[in-house]
Design a binder for this molecule. Sequence first.
Ligand code: SIN
Length: 528
Amino acid sequence: MDVMTNVLIIGSGIAALQTARLLEEHFQVQIVTKCSVKMSSSYRAQGGIAAVTSQEDHPMFHIADTLTAGDYHHERKNVEVLIENGTEIMRDFLNEGFPVDRQVDGSPALGLEGVHSYHRILHAGGDRTGQIMIDYLLNQLTSNIVVNCYEMAYELLLNTNGDCIGVLTKGAKGTKRYLAHHVILATGGTGAIYSCTSNYATSTGDGIALAYRARAAISDMEFMQFHPSLLWCGGQAKGLVSEAVRGAGGVFVDAQRQPIMKGIHEQLDLAPRHITAHALFNKRAAGQETFIDISNIEHFEEKFPTIAQLCHDNNVNLQDGLIPVAPGSHFLMGGVVADDKGRTSIPHLYAIGEVACTGVHGANRLASNSLLEGITFGKRTAQYIIQTGCKQNSFLIDDKHHQQTMPSLFTKDQLRQKMMHTLGIVRNPIDMQQFKQQLPSMQTLLHVDLDGLNRQELELYMMHVVATLMTHAAITRKETRGAHIRIDKPKNDNQWANRWIIFQQGQMKVRNSLYEYHQTRGNVKAIF
Ligand code: SIN
């Protein structure tokens, strides 16, 4: 079955919905998502939205904090766009009536999180910011937008000029083919390829795998952010305990209630995430349990209703003042290379939100910059598409004839354990090399025929593509930068400063900038 539309958006998080609401009065828009519409990392986001709204703060400080957190591995121009344009967009949201938490005098109640030099985190409903934002955006969609849930995108379609013109999906009613003038990847992250994660099990990096197969540029796959505080019960991660809890006075402690961060970093519990995650990792590797002591936070349940409910559901008694926590995967800084208008290396294919790599997060994202990224680049992409319009595309599909049968793969659980052990917070090059040998080759993955696979098999394949790219990149970057520690190279190495590990056309190259590769195809000048 074929569906023809102007704009196709894959995913339903904040970036997808922000784009959709701005496009709908201009074009036909279809959204395709593999789960229910609210099943996204955005919906789960507790932390809030970082934006400069107070008198004493300034975008310049927010930019500086973003660069510090990300270890200076950024596309600087895009960081400025994110913070300066993002601040304006967020102010518009406030003026429009987006219901942030406010103080008694009516001004926004601003929270503090790691590495932020000012209180600047806007929250809604305490720790329900993502949920309230998604509901807010969904309420603005009219029936012009068709939302197709439980359909998994598995193959991007290109025409014979190399433009993206659609996607194949698999759903309960079988395979569907969408054809569109513009295709937007907003598929979110890939935390669920780790055994311990804050993400939904469905965050399997599908957008990256789709882009890889279409030969788009993908960068920074070595940089996975680990959040130090996932609720840890019965040997499993059960969700996030927001950094905002530490911003409100929570303290990492061991079972004897001794503070863990004392003497490790001057910012203590609000140190950069890789420092806190590493400190907890070390404690736990030494056989100790780790907690957040919340005993000095007044009205905890009122301030953090989601976390209180999560604790309650998992039989954690808040009266004891201790929440058991452990670090786990949280956010991928890398992804499909995109510019400040969402454009990728393939004409008419865009990437926005966590699936994209615009270089705004560097090697370790600043807390609460991700919802800001979604609304900012979502808007900029919508504006670009409105400006460009939907000119006639050729819909003559370039049939790739993928013929390779599926190589042997790990089960999902095996892969998640391996990723946690090998590509986790602390990485050993010998383990990574061994793991690489066990994974399918990049070339094999490129040519696998996916048509006959069911949804579970497709997801497993996508996870292997992402794991393979991450492993190759992590082995190649012979230094420690940002989110993780490489035990053989425990420090930054200047030779690796401003070097980007980019996959394109199925090849991995180390490049001097995110946009180094310029390409001209026919009369279409691609942007990099
Ligand atoms: C948190 O609430 O701790 C997460 C916020 C974020 O990752 O930006």
